[in-house]
Design a binder for this molecule. Structure first.
Ligand SMILES: [Zn+2]
Ligand SMILES: [Zn+2]
Length: 436
């Protein structure tokens, strides 16, 4: 077990420079100002994560080749795998939605698990090759977009929706998906990216050798009091990829991170304009997403076009009000709350409002965490459509609203990623008076 010695770090959410003490296993260091988790002491992070990753890789294969669930009605049987659902959406003319579902449920988890395996194997070389850093960056992004747990909830909602029409039998794939969720969570919890960055060969070989960033350069360490100071003000910039603090000469052109080679930014460039653009696009798509049908059901006696709200009412009247509530929150309330919240944050920053920074950072984090769950209804539609294909008796097709709905989710996720929370603390009242 590596015990990281005390070192100086900057908070990614508020840019405060502070001392991170040596942490033993199970301890977490939180930012003095905004409460963000800065570092955590972990036991044997590389070997443990490797064990979980091997298990996750096996389960991932099972989850993708075995049927998720089967359905039988009037002597007919149908079953679907994850990719079967994707293929059906594709055939129904929903190519973009199909690609998005495939990405979030199969491609992103596969990238995450295989890249983590590769990283953990390649790390055994000393010093570890610098391409590991690039893999780690990609695996980090793919973890954000891997939505296996949201898909699982979507499958459950789909099952309840179909249960009225036919008998549904859960398949092996569903248990594998459940195991996959637990293993991916275990990988994330046991892993410590700092261990990787510590072992990596630096992109700029002339920069301090591996290991020196543990305590920064001795002179810098003494020059920096642990009081409330933002890194930018002290002439430091935090690498968004590997967390290394570098000194910059020119805030407009801070150059490249000597360790991972990524372009450095004191604050994300044009973050306000880009976040606004994504939010406005999301708000526009939110209207057709809610007005247009997401699912069209055809039966001999009648045809029905259901919007998201109709789907919620249908779930409620069929007796499963908890699921109705979940779908209502995930599909209608969360996307709207995300748009409104991010707009509020942007306005307070643009008007340089110095108050309630802690509250604002909290709602930003909340929005960032819950955002992915609004993908729920896209998965529900995918699996209902994939299963209920009992022509001429009954069939379900995706409606035109699905694509707008998926667009809202993706655009708001991009907006939350694009937003730079450090701007909340940059307003004029920042310096002394908000510290409690
Ligand atoms: Zn902070
Ligand atoms: Zn870096």
């Amino acid at each position: 077990m590596t015990l990281f010695p005390e070192h100086i770090a900057a908070c990614p959410d508020c840019d405060l420079m502070q001392r991170i003490p040596a942490l033993s296993s199970g301890e977490t260091a939180r930012c003095l100002r905004c409460g963000r988790s800065m570092a955590a002491g972990k036991t044997d992070p590389l070997n443990r994560t490797f064990a979980f990753a091997v298990a996750a890789a096996i389960v991932l294969i099972i989850a993708n080749v075995t049927p998720l669930m089967g359905l039988s009605a009037v002597g007919r049987h149908a079953s679907t795998t994850i990719l079967g659902g994707v293929l059906k959406m594709w055939q129904e003319g929903q190519g973009i939605t199909a690609a998005l579902v495939a990405f979030c449920t199969v491609v992103a988890p596969t990238i995450y698990i295989t890249f983590m395996l590769t990283i953990l194997i390649a790390l055994r070389k000393d010093p570890a090759p610098s391409w590991i850093g690039r893999l780690l960056r990609i695996s980090d992004v793919s973890r954000t977009w891997s939505m296996v747990e949201v898909m699982m909830l979507g499958i459950l909602v789909a099952l309840v929706k179909i249960a009225d029409l036919a008998t549904v039998i859960p398949g092996i794939g569903m248990f594998a998906v459940f195991a996959l969720i637990l293993l991916v969570a275990a990988m994330t919890v046991s892993f410590d990216p700092r261990e990787v960055w510590l072992r990596i060969r630096w992109a700029d070989e002339a920069a301090p050798p591996v290991g020196e960033e543990r305590s920064l350069r001795p002179g810098d360490d003494r020059a920096m009091p642990a009081e409330e100071r933002s890194a930018a003000r002290l002439g430091f910039v935090l690498c968004g990829a590997c967390g290394l603090l570098s000194k910059y000469a020119d805030p407009a052109e801070p150059g490249y991170c000597p360790r991972c080679g990524k372009a450095l930014e004191v604050r994300r460039r044009q973050t306000i304009q880009r976040t606004w653009a994504l939010l406005i696009a999301a708000a526009i798509c939110y209207i057709p997403a809610n007005l247009m049908p997401v699912m069209n059901t055809t039966m001999p006696a009648y045809a029905e076009k259901d919007t998201i709200m109709n789907g919620v009412i249908l779930l409620y009247t069929s007796g499963s009000w908890p699921l109705a509530l979940i779908v209502l929150i995930a599909s209608v309330i969360i996307p709207l709350a995300k748009i409104v919240t991010l707009a509020y944050l942007l306005v307070t920053i643009q008007f340089r409002q110095p108050e309630s920074q802690r509250e604002r950072i909290r709602i930003y984090r909340f929005v960032e965490i819950i955002g992915r769950w609004s993908m729920l209804d896209v998965f529900v539609v995918t699996f209902v459509v994939a299963l209920v294909q009992l022509q001429p008796l009954m069939s379900v097709e995706p409606g035109a609203g699905v694509i707008f709905f998926a667009a809202v989710v993706v655009l708001t996720m991009f907006a939350a990623e694009q937003f730079d929370p450090r701007l909340i603390w940059d307003s004029p009242g920042e310096k002394e008076n908000d510290h409690d």
